[in-house]
Design a binder for this molecule. Sequence first.
Ligand code: OSB
Ligand code: MG
Length: 370
Amino acid sequence: MVTLERAALRLVPLRLRERFEISSGARQDRLILLLALHGGGEVGWGECVAAEDPSYSPETYETAWHVLSEFLIPPVMGTPLATAPDVLKPSAWVRGHFMAKAALEMAAWDLVAKLEGRPLPEALGGRVRPVEVGVSVGLQPSDEELVRKVGGYLEEGYRRIKIKIKPGRDVEMLSRVRGRFPDTPLMADANSAYTLADAPRLKALDSLGLMMIEQPLAAGDLRDHARLQRELATPICLDESIESLADAAWALELDAGRVFNIKPGRVGGLGSALAIHDHCLARGVPVWCGGMLESGIGRAHNVSLATLPGFTLPGDISASRRYWERDLVSPEFELSQGTLSLPAGAGIAVTPDVERIEALAVRTKELSAS
Ligand code: OSB
Ligand code: MG
C-alpha cells in the first residue's frame, strides 16, 4: 500500500531523427507528455502516447493534459493504492481517453514495482528476458529509398520489417521490396487508408507472403474487416480498432482480425493490455507490442509488456537511436542481435534524465492532495 503524494506533468518537445510519414500524414516534431507519480519515497514514470493531432486516435496531448489534470489525477492524490490498476478506479466513470488513463496507470505500475523492488516484467507476471523486435518504416520519397532503408535496418539486426502503405503506394512498392528481400519477415500497415472497395488491390498483396496486413480499414468497422478477411489469405492485424478486451473478444468472434498489435497506451494501460494478452494466449491468437514513437520511458513499459509469453511476434519496439539523437533515459535502448532488454533494476529500470526533462519542458503542472 502506497499513498500517492504528488504528481508532476511535463510536456517535452523532442525532434525525431527522421520525419515519419504514414497514410494520414507526416511528423518530425513530437510533444511528449510525461507523468511522474511520487509516493513512499519513490517516483513512478508514465508516458502518454497521445499525438499532436487527432488522426490516429481522437485524443491529443492537449486532451490528455486536460483529462489527467482535471479528472484522473485529483481523486487519487493523498489516497492509498493497493495495486497499480486501482489508480483508475475513482475515474472509472470517465468515458474514453484511454491514452490519458494509460499514462497514469503505467506510472502507478512503475511506482508499485519500484516500492516492491521488482522489475516491471515480473510485476506484470512475466520474467525479465530479451525481446525480439522489429522496426516500422514510414512512407519514403521513392521505392529505391525504401529498399535502401529496409536493407539498413536488416543489417542492424531487426527481426521483422513493417512498411507503411497507402493507396497508390502499396502493391508495386511492396513487390519491389519483396523482390530484393525474398525471405525477410515483412508486413504492411495502412492506418485505415482503405475501404472495402479496395479489396481487389489488397488481395493482390496475398502473393507477397506478408506476415499480416495491419489496420487496412476504418477503426470502427469490424464488419468490413471481417468481410475483407474472408477474401484475404494474409492475416489481418488490428491496431486502431482495439481499445479494450471487449473490442478484441468481439473482433475474434467476428474473425475481423487474426493478430493484434497491443499498445498499452491505446487500450487504457498495462492492466487492459494484460487482459487482452491473456484472452489471446488462451485462444492461440498471436499478439505483438506496438509503439507510438515514444521516448525511452514509454519504450521501457513496452519492452516490459513484451516479455509476457503471448508476445510471440517481434514488435514495433526499436532502439533509441532509431528515433532520437538523444533519448530521455539512461541507459538508452540498444539493439543486440535483434533484441532489446531492460537493464537490471526495479520498475522500468531505466533512469529518466530529470535534469534534461526539466530543461526541455515547455509546460509543467504539479498536483497534490489539497
Ligand atoms: O500504426 O503502429 C502505428 C506510429 C505512430 C502512430 C501509429 C503507428 C506508429 C508506428 C510506429 O507504426 C511504431 C514505433 O513506435 O516504432
Ligand atoms: Mg498501426
